[in-house]
Each structure stands twice: as C-alpha cells, then as structure tokens.
Design a protein around this ligand. Structure first.
Ligand SMILES: [Zn+2]
Length: 170
C-alpha cells in the first residue's frame, strides 16, 4: 500500500491519499480533495443526470481471425522491442468447464483506426466469438457510437472495468 500526504485543493487541509493497495478505489480516496470535500463533490454530482454510459458496439468490418492476428503481431513487435520479454497485461479471466475465455483489447485498425476493439471467445466455441468496438450509449437517444478518446490500451482497460459486469464477461 502506498500512502502520500496531500493538501486538499479546496479546503487546504492536509490529508493522506492512498495511491495503491486495498481501499485505493474507495470513492472518498481522492488525489485532489480530502474526504470531506470529495463527499460534497460526489453529492453534487449525484444531482446531475448522466448522459452517456459505457457500451459495446457490434461491427462487421473486422473478423475474429484478423483481430487475433493483429493482437499477436502487436505482441510479437513488443517482444522484439523488449529483447524477447513480453509484458502481457493481466486480465481477469473467466473460466467454465475447464476452459478459459480468450479476451483481448486491441487498438483499432483498418476502418476502425483510432478506436478500440475488444474480441472474446470460448476456445471450444470460437465460431461464436465476437469483435466489438468500445462505445458510448447516449442515454437520451439510445444511440451507440464508438469511443475515440483513448490514448492507450491502459485507459481502454480502465474503461472496460467501468462496463456493466455482464458486458466484460467477469
Ligand atoms: Zn478539503
């Protein structure tokens, strides 16, 4: 666990911010505000209706084989750059009947350049695998559009964990 002494951006009181470890995702643990101020911020935000929610969007341009080939190529390039060492991001894996679900996030390519793709399948049912785009759903119109704001896969991964649980398969 890493803790740092911070000064609240609003009330200027010193407080301890927990940078990592169990509890660092607690809503009142904030890099910028002390717990008292953060509580007020959260209460104020609760009165603002949400306009979008994270979603996934089906697409037909990129097939599962292409997406997986792209991922493996990226891993190969990364391994080359690191002298054979691949630092693979660890994803929460879902198991059933002795098999693990294959689940990967890749940078968009071809017609989806600048967007983020996710593919997943059960090895025994690969033909039913999907390749989808990270998207946002407009809560007023119900329209889903692809997200284009991710600068890297780490950000995309954080987004993934904000999807409803049944949508990232965990
Ligand atoms: Zn404060």
């Amino acid at each position: 666990m890493v803790e740092r002494l911070h000064r609240c951006a609003h009330c200027k009181a010193p407080y301890t911010w927990q940078a990592s470890g169990e509890g660092c995702f607690e809503p009142l643990n904030d890099q910028k505000y002390c717990a008292d101020c953060k509580k007020v911020v959260l209460e104020a935000l609760m009165r603002v209706p949400k306009r979008f929610k994270p979603a996934r969007l089906d697409q037909t341009e990129i097939a599962l084989d292409q997406a997986e080939g792209h991922y493996q190529e990226q891993m190969r390039i990364r391994a080359e750059q690191n002298g054979g060492l691949v630092s693979r991001r660890v994803m929460a894996t879902v198991f059933r009947k002795g098999e693990a679900k294959v689940f990967n996030i890749i940078e968009g390519f071809g017609p989806h350049k600048g967007k983020t793709l996710v593919y997943e399948y059960w090895p025994s049912e690969r033909h039913e695998g999907t390749v989808q785009l990270f998207a946002q759903e407009d809560l007023i119109t119900g329209k889903k559009t692809a997200c284009e704001e991710f600068g890297g896969l780490n950000e995309a991964e954080k987004y993934m964990w904000s999807l409803p649980k049944n949508e990232h398969g965990a």
